[in-house]
Design a protein around this ligand. Structure first.
Ligand SMILES: [Zn+2]
Length: 165
């Protein structure tokens, strides 16, 4: 339970470019990983989202700070009603995408780089909550973009991988 150092490219590229493993919901380490991601994200100004590999855990979890993306959730969103500022996504998967949007994007693990990246405008995601409940939700705007970047992290991809040659 601690604020961790956010790993950055190129120093920690061996971790940041690795594939993260699916979580077993009975994994005794889950609680600690989630708390560390939350604590670190909370302590990071302008931190919209943070994925487990960014603090050294190669596990398929990421967290979004609800404060930045509340307007990008659906009206009847269960996440909107959930208590707490931090939204936890375990074993997340994008199951549908809609539209395209081209925008400048930065990443806490690639300091100083801002890259124009084409992303899906909206995504529908399936994931497990911190309580182990499966949920399906649609996201737009910054939430959609952040989720796509966080899932890239779980697959060992950075914003640099989207850079046009
Ligand atoms: Zn990132």
């Amino acid at each position: 339970m601690a604020v961790k150092t956010i790993l950055s490219y190129p120093g920690a590229s061996h971790i940041l470019t690795a594939q993260s493993e699916a979580i077993q919901m009975n994994d005794p380490q889950i609680k600690e990983i989630i708390q560390d991601i939350k604590d670190t994200l909370y302590a990071t100004p302008n931190g919209v989202g943070l994925a487990a590999p960014q603090i050294g855990y190669l596990k398929r979890i990421f967290v979004l700070n609800k404060d930045y993306i509340v307007k990008d959730l659906e009206e009847n969103s269960l996440l909107l009603k959930s208590a707490g500022q931090m939204l936890v996504f375990i074993n997340p998967k994008i199951i549908a995408e809609k539209g395209e949007v081209f925008e400048e994007e930065g990443c806490l693990s690639v300091p100083g780089e801002f890259i124009n990246i084409k992303r899906a405008k909206q995504v529908r995601v399936r994931a497990y909550s911190e309580q182990g409940m499966q949920f399906y939700e649609k996201f737009k705007g910054l939430a959609s973009r952040a989720i796509q970047q966080e899932i890239d992290h779980l697959n060992g991809l950075l914003i640099l991988n989207h850079k046009k040659a």
